[in-house]
Ligand binder design. Structure first.
Ligand SMILES: Nc1ncnc2c1ncn2[C@@H]1O[C@H](COP(=O)(O)OP(=O)(O)OP(=O)(O)O)[C@@H](O)[C@H]1O
Length: 238
């Protein structure tokens, strides 16, 4: 990550639910800038891994160690859920809220809200109720609300699921700008094209295990395992 202090190590992390191992054991060191794309078939454990990294999934074994104390790590992270969660209030209130929680002065909040409303193309909808926005607009608002806090690490779970091409392109360009500005992005996707467009490195999960990982160019050009090859070809992999 751009801030060299923000990296994370997972040692023998296991998540069990109802007696079944849904993730792990995972051993992983994650650092460096850019996009880490978490890919794999349905049920492979992608969302569970994201939540483990963010510290909101109960682990049954192993350790998750950020290179800064846990409270600092959490403070420096944001998480965007697959179905955007927002306040039943205006776009402006949705963007202001995270900054109010940080206790920023009103003038600074107004400045950043105006700037981010422009970044996400909602400057003319600032006083509209957020629940009335389209799916693409809601997702852009969720992203704006996460990025307005300038997190060091941003987690996203399928941020473009069910969005049209135009909204997907707009979200990818917002994410690319954030990555260039120094936010480490860790996201899941079902869209291999999106993974190819964005990824710096890949985590390929299969059956709860980290089946293959490494730089994106290596993964896409010369996957090591037959399962990764099959997955990239579009075959059904279990
Ligand atoms: N609370 C839970 N109780 C029981 N099983 C769970 C629970 N949460 C997740 N699972 C199971 O854990 C496995 C991994 O789920 P997860 O949502 O992490 O996969 P995923 O790769 O994100 O899937 P998808 O691509 O479908 O979103 C699945 O088999 C799921 O059914």
């Amino acid at each position: 990550m751009v801030d060299p202090q923000m990296s994370v190590s997972l040692a023998d992390v296991v998540v069990k639910r109802r007696g079944k191992t849904v993730l792990g054991p995972i051993n992983l060191d994650l650092g460096g800038a850019g996009f880490t794309m978490v890919i794999g078939p349905n049920g492979a454990g992608k969302t569970t891994l994201l939540k483990v990294l963010h510290g909101v999934e109960r682990v049954s074994g192993g350790t998750v160690q950020w290179s800064v104390p846990d409270d600092q790590a959490r403070q420096a992270q944001a998480y965007v859920f697959q179905s955007p969660i927002m306040l039943r209030r205006s776009v402006r209130q949705n963007l202001s809220y995270p900054l109010q929680l940080l206790g920023l002065p009103k003038s600074e909040i107004t400045r950043r809200v105006d700037q981010w409303a422009g970044n996400i193309g909602l400057q003319d909808a600032l006083d509209s109720p957020a629940p009335r926005l389209s799916g693409g607009e809601k997702q852009k608002l969720a992203l704006g609300r996460a990025l307005i806090r300038q997190p060091k690490v941003l987690f996203l779970d399928e941020p473009c699921a069910n969005l049209d091409g135009r909204s997907t392109r707009e979200i990818e360009s917002l994410l690319t700008a954030a990555a260039t500005a120094g936010t480490k992005i860790i996201m899941t996707t079902h869209d291999i094209g999106q993974a190819r467009r964005l990824a710096t490195n890949i985590l390929f999960l299969l059956g709860g295990a980290l089946h293959e990982s490494g730089p994106a160019s290596e993964f896409f050009n010369s996957p090591r395992t037959s399962e990764a090859k099959a997955f990239l070809k579009g075959d059904i992999v279990e």
